[in-house]
Design a protein around this ligand. Structure first.
Ligand SMILES: NC(=O)c1ccc[n+]([C@@H]2O[C@H](COP(=O)([O-])OP(=O)(O)OC[C@H]3O[C@@H](n4cnc5c(N)ncnc54)[C@H](O)[C@@H]3O)[C@@H](O)[C@H]2O)c1
Length: 438
C-alpha cells in the first residue's frame, strides 16, 4: 500500500518505519527541515531501541522516504496519517491547531479518494473537525479514521510491530477495509483489531492513559501510607498484583509519572469533562498526587540534610522520564534537579542516552557524566530517578569508595536492604522502611 505519515516524531517515525518494514511504500513528512535532512542520511533524531536499523534497512530498500513536501506525499498515497503533536494549552485542553492545519493541507493536496487517519491523541469530536477542515479544501471523496496509538516509548518498535490491539474508529466500510488490510500483518498472533465509531476510538486512548496514570498515583498513595504505618509497599504490591483482577503492571511506586503523554492526556480528559458539564474529581486527584510525588525524593533529602543544601553535592542516575528513551518531556528529574539547585546544591548527572536532551534543559547548571560511576565522585548522596536496567546491580563497593557519604535516595526501589546493609549504606526508598548505614 502507499502511505504518507505527516509528523515524524516519536509516533510518526515509528509508525511510518514499521509500516515500511511490513512492505508498504511510506513517505514521512515533517516541517522540521533539519530533522528530515538527517533522516534522509539515515540519521535518527530520537533514541528508540531497534529503530535505527529498521530506518536504514527500509531507506536502502527504497520503501521509506523522508520529505518536507506534503503535497507530493499526499498525491502519492492512498492513506494519509496525521501524527503531529497535540500539546497541552494553557487551559489544559489539547492544542489541535497542528492537526487541523495538516488536515487542511491534505485536503488541498488531494487529487482523488483518500483515507485520512488521525493517529495523534485527540479529544472526542476531533474526527468531525478534521472532516470539516478537509471538506473546506476539496471536492474529492475522503474518509476520516481515528486510529489512536498505544506504543510505549522505550519499546515503541516492539509495541507497534506486535500491538495488544489496534483500535480503528471508522464509519466507512471502504476506509475500514483498507485499514484492516494495512494492519493485518501486525496481528498475526490474533491480537484484536477493534472497529468502532470515531468518538469511541478517540475516547479509548484517553481512557487508557488516564487509567494507567490512576494506577501509578494510586500505588504512590499506598506507598506513602505504607511509610506511615510501617508496611513495605514492595510486599504489598506483590500481594495485590497477584490478584488477576488487578495485575502487576503500572503498580510501581516512584517519583511520579512524566513524559509527553500522561500529564497532558490527564489534563485533556479533565478539560473535556468540564466542557461537557462533568467534574472528574478522580483525575484531579491523580494529577495532584503526581505533582506531590515529584517532590517526594527532595523532601526525603531535606529530611536527612536539612532545608539548606548549600555546599551539598548530589549524584543523580537517570534523567529521561523513563528508561530506554531520551525523552525529557515532563521528566520528574527536572522537578528534582530544579529543587536541589534552588536549595544551593550541585548535581552530577548520568543517563545512558538522555544527556544530549538534558543539556537542552539544564545547560551548564549541572554536570554530565558518561558513566554512572563517574557521577558518584565526591557525592554526599545518590538519587536514583529512572529505573534503567544497568542501575539494578551496581558495584556497591566501588560506589562506597567514590562517594563522600554512602547514602542512596532510591526513587525507583531498585535495591535490596540486605545488600545495602552489607555495604554499610544509608538507604531511603519509597514506601519501604529506610535503612540507617554505618
Ligand atoms: N510519544 C508517545 O509515546 C506517544 C504515544 C501515543 C500517542 N502519542 C500522541 O501522538 C502525537 C504525536 O506525538 P509525538 O510524541 O510523536 O510528538 P513529537 O513532538 O515527537 O512529533 C511531532 C512531529 O510533528 C511535526 N510537525 C508539527 N507540525 C507539523 C506540520 N504542520 N506538518 C508536518 N509536521 C509537523 C514536528 O516537527 C514533530 O517532528 C501526539 O498527539 C501524542 O499525544 C504519543
Amino acid at each position: 500500500m502507499k502511505l504518507c505519515v505527516v509528523g515524524t516524531g516519536y509516533v510518526g517515525l515509528v509508525a511510518g518505519t514499521c509500516f515500511a518494514e511490513s512492505g508498504n511504500d511510506v513517505i514521512c513528512v515533517d516541517i522540521d527541515v533539519a530533522k528530515i535532512e538527517r533522516l534522509q542520511q539515515g540519521g535518527v533524531p530520537i533514541y528508540e531501541p531497534g529503530l535505527e536499523e529498521l530506518i536504514r534497512r527500509n531507506l536502502a530498500e527504497r520503501r521509506l522516504w523522508f520529505t518536507t513536501d506534503l503535497v507530493a506525499a499526499v498525491r502519492a498515497s492512498e492513506i494519509c496519517f496525521v501524527a503531529v503533536g497535540t500539546p497541552e494549552t494553557d487551559n489544559g485542553s489539547a492544542d489541535l491547531r497542528g492537526v487541523i492545519k495538516v488536515a487542511e493541507e491534505i485536503g488541498a493536496a488531494m487529487n482523488g479518494y483518500r483515507v485520512v487517519v488521525c493517529k495523534s491523541t485527540v479529544p472526542v469530536g476531533t474526527a468531525d473537525k478534521v472532516r470539516d477542515a478537509i471538506r473546506t479544501k476539496t471536492t474529492h471523496e475522503f474518509d476520516v479514521v481515528s486510529n489512536p496509538e498505544f506504543l510505549k516509548e522505550g519499546a515503541a518498535v516492539d509495541d507497534f510491530m506486535k500491538p495488544d490491539r489496534v483500535v480503528i474508529g471508522s464509519t466507512s466500510q471502504r476506509a475500514t477495509d483498507l485499514m484492516l488490510t494495512l494492519y493485518k500483518p501486525f496481528v498475526r498472533t490474533e491480537n484484536p483489531i477493534m472497529v468502532m465509531d470515531n468518538r469511541s476510538a478517540e475516547m479509548t486512548k484517553y481512557a487508557a492513559n488516564a487509567f494507567l496514570a490512576t494506577r501509578i498515583s494510586f500505588v504512590n498513595e499506598i506507598a506513602n501510607l505504607c511509610e506511615r504505618v510501617g508496611a513495605d509497599v514492595a510486599e504489598v504490591r506483590r500481594g495485590m498484583g497477584s490478584d488477576r483482577r488487578i495485575g502487576h503492571h503500572f503498580l510501581f511506586p516512584g517519583v511520579g509519572y512524566g513524559g509527553s503523554c500522561f500529564p497532558k492526556d490527564v489534563q485533556a480528559i479533565i478539560r473535556t469533562a468540564k466542557e461537557n458539564g462533568l467534574a472528574f474529581p478522580l483525575l484531579n486527584a491523580v494529577e495532584e498526587v503526581n505533582e506531590r510525588q515529584k517532590h517526594l525524593l527532595v523532601h526525603k533529602v531535606v529530611g536527612h540534610f536539612g532545608e539548606n543544601l548549600q555546599g551539598r553535592h548530589f549524584a543523580l542516575w537517570g534523567l529521561a522520564f523513563k528508561p530506554r528513551t531520551d525523552d525529557m518531556r515532563e521528566a520528574p528529574s527536572i522537578v528534582i534537579i530544579e529543587e536541589l539547585l534552588r536549595r544551593g546544591a550541585t548535581v552530577n548527572a548520568h543517563d545512558p542516552v538522555a544527556l544530549g536532551e538534558a543539556r537542552k534543559v539544564f545547560a551548564d547548571r549541572i554536570t554530565y557524566h558518561r558513566t554512572n560511576y563517574d557521577a558518584l565522585e565526591g557525592a554526599d548522596a545518590l538519587l536514583v530517578v529512572t529505573d534503567w536496567n544497568e542501575f539494578r546491580r551496581p558495584d556497591f563497593k566501588r560506589m562506597r569508595e567514590l562517594m563522600r557519604t554512602p547514602i542512596i535516595f532510591d526513587g525507583r526501589n531498585l535495591y535490596e536492604h540486605d545488600v545495602l546493609r552489607e555495604h554499610g549504606f544509608t538507604y531511603v526508598p519509597i514506601g519501604r522502611p529506610a535503612l540507617e548505614g554505618r
